[in-house]
Design a protein around this ligand. Sequence first.
Ligand code: UTP
Length: 468
Amino acid sequence: MTYEGAKKLLSENGQEHVLRFWDRLNDAEKASLLAQVEELDFSSIAKQKEILAANLAGTASAAGEQAPMEPAPVTVLSDSDRADIAKIGEHELKAGHVGVLLVAGGQGSRLGFDGPKGCYPVGPLTDESLFYFHARKLLALSKRYEVSVPWYIMTSRTNDADTRAFFEKNGYFGLNPKDVFFFTQGMWPALTPDGRIILDQPGHIFLGPDGHGGMLAALERSGALEDMQKRGLRTVFYFQVDNPMVDIADPAFIGFHVRSGADVSAKVCAKRDPQEGLGVIVERNRRTEIVEYTEFTDEQKNERLPDGELRYKYGSVAIHVFSVDFLVHETHAGLPIHIAHKKIPTVREDGTVEKPSTPNGYKFEKFIFDCLKDAKVCSCLAFDRTQEFSPVKNAEGKDSPASCRADLSRKWARWFADAGVTLDMDADGYPRNRIEIDPVFANTAEELAARLAAGVTIDRTADILLKA
Ligand code: UTP
């Protein structure tokens, strides 16, 4: 794109200020700014300006104004149902119909880690990364079902190169690189309250990832969706990078999805307390939706049924199964755009950069869970969070690396207990010695029991590290 072309395009869209430092830029900066302008998606920006204006004018529709909602039906499987339904999922896995989709393009700002969040060390004994645990689970699945399980990993432009380099450096954790497909999501600018694109350097537009909902367009743009179709995938297991307890492509969940003929399924768990920030699974207009907890009034959050249970008990932890046909359909559906008031570095008129201490601009994102309401059939399955959910979101406290490592150890200690090996536990139910199990060594309690029965011995007085 030429300077004249950029100037015309920007002034047609009321954004000519983007070039106001042009005369101060060197050639490389000029080229990079023109490339950024060329990639701007002005039709999305126009929508974002409308949303922003409605938001500031207080005319944006609130959840309360929408049709009435009810808690969505949730299935709780008995052990025998689970075993039966898992057979359907195992059949799908063995037939090579199942792929895995990870969204890892976020910025992890709450954790404050320098690098892709997936590289964060969580192994209680080895400091192995989030990516390690995910990858080794995929490897365990492909060994168990003697099939390749393709893995689609969404990155953003900010962390794509580092993510790929991490996989290279670690030999793809034993996976076949041909079964790992990286693709990058889109980036959107941020806007000032009057709808102007924000520069964070005189020659640079501030850009942020377009949200996990950007996955749908990115799947199509990158060829990942086509790859899924070429490989004959029918079902895709979806999860987020921050939860190393996730049961990837759990056969019972896959089987549940297939048996219910769903377009999309959600694993949901009982909220820790009424204030926990999980999206709540509801039904509205005969469709299933995930409503953000911020859209609930305190009264709704605390409402209880006669048996004392919370009325809106189940939250979503962003573990889904999608049918590939539904993903294809949704790439053309257009998800709503959400707005967030954020602190955004901004160039002052003298060309210096200000790092604001209070929110000064607006970022926009799409959320993948908004596609649930397009599903004709959306099935929800309850799961036990102590087995499958302990995310690394914050640097300290709840949902932190420390709580996650402790939860991992506690889960593995339960596997030992199930196999008849009692470890020394503290009063809070955590093992006194640290434990770590490579998912390729054992990916389930049953697999661990089988390994132990086959003669693996454990020193209960020391830390326990089991690797394949
Ligand atoms: P979060 O909502 O936890 O956001 O993402 P985050 O960016 O990782 O962390 P904070 O909020 O800045 O602290 C949930 C999942 O969605 C992915 C993240 O990588 C994570 O797996 N995600 C989020 C994307 O892939 N792209 C995005 O634009 C946003």
